[in-house]
Design a protein around this ligand. Structure first.
Ligand code: FMN
Length: 272
């Protein structure tokens, strides 16, 4: 049976995107239909017409990064709008080698509730968004991760039973069980800014001014999710991940274990 694979991801620093595309490749799809919901405009478009999006897709690979052991709150509304119509999907989270908390089970729960049949699931490792402060999982997903993602894609073909929440292990800790999201705001060096507007254009929550690169308002600053997409998009390094010594020491302590050991992807496929 010919199965059209689609890929839907939220990926401020592009690691989730790479993993999802490798899974699609494993499913035999070199040029899958891409639904990139990283930017607010794309999320609004999808929510306005979610049915049209699924029309040409038989299997949807859904990839979301882990923020504070959970799914980023900003994607929930959009994910909840995507109806599965009993089609198949693969649920993926990308995390920065610390822990994926309850993110994968939350994703599987949302997709199942929306009428998808979850054929496969996985928690992959991507370079931590705060690696400019403390290097963690540098260069990941690497060759070995991509090979595993391709394998998961292959294994997700032709399954005929579906995963449920019981199949998905959580990694519950104080961070994932708290409702709080801890995010570092990027540092902005106004003197280096050439007002190109790239940071604002690439901001997944639309909180930056395209004219000045500063937050649109005090309320907008509070909404910043600290994803570091603006840092990656700034060619002049006016935006950077920089913190004072005290914050650095706290982070080093919190992420000590993650910076030392290498975790491997978790891959789950429903049994035949
Ligand atoms: C606000 C925030 C919170 C994060 N929380 C976690 C976490 O709880 N556990 C973890 O291992 N990585 C965490 N990360 C790291 C990201 O999950 C990881 O870098 C991921 O690969 C980023 O995906 P992307 O490149 O698609 O944006 C966090 C990153 C950000 C920006």
């Amino acid at each position: 049976m010919n199965k059209e694979t689609g890929v839907l991801y939220f990926s401020p620093t592009n690691t989730t995107k790479k993993i999802c595309k490798a899974i699609a490749l494993g499913r035999g799809s070199k040029a899958p239909q891409i639904l990139d919901i990283t930017l607010p405009k794309a999320r609004a478009e999808l929510m306005a017409n979610p049915k049209a999006m699924m029309a040409a897709i038989d299997h949807l690979v859904v990839g979301i990064p882990v923020h504070s052991g959970k799914l980023p709150i900003q994607v929930l509304e959009c994910l909840n709008a995507v109806e599965g119509y009993k089609k198949e999907c693969t649920a993926i989270v990308a995390y920065g080698n610390r822990g994926y908390g309850i993110a994968l089970s939350s994703l599987v729960e949302i997709l199942s509730k929306n009428g998808f049949k979850v054929a496969a699931a996985g928690a992959f490792i991507g370079q931590h968004s705060y690696s400019d402060i403390i290097p963690i999982a540098m260069g990941r997903p690497d060759k070995s991760d991509i090979a595993k993602a391709i394998k998961l894609g292959e294994n997700s073909l032709d399954v005929d039973s579906w995963l449920s929440l019981r199949d998905i292990p959580d990694q519950i800790d104080t961070i994932s069980s708290s409702e709080k999201y801890t995010a570092l705001k990027p540092y902005f060096n106004v003197k280096k800014c050439v007002k190109c507007g790239q940071c604002a254009e690439n901001c997944p929550v639309g909180v930056l001014s395209p004219d000045t690169g500063t937050y649109l308002s005090r309320a907008a600053k509070k909404q910043c999710i600290g994803c570091m997409a603006c840092v990656g998009s700034c060619k002049k390094t006016a935006k950077s991940a920089r913190v004072n010594l005290i914050v650095k020491l706290v982070m080093q302590n919190m992420l000590k274990q993650a910076s030392r050991e290498r975790k491997e992807p978790l891959m789950i496929v429903s049994e035949k």
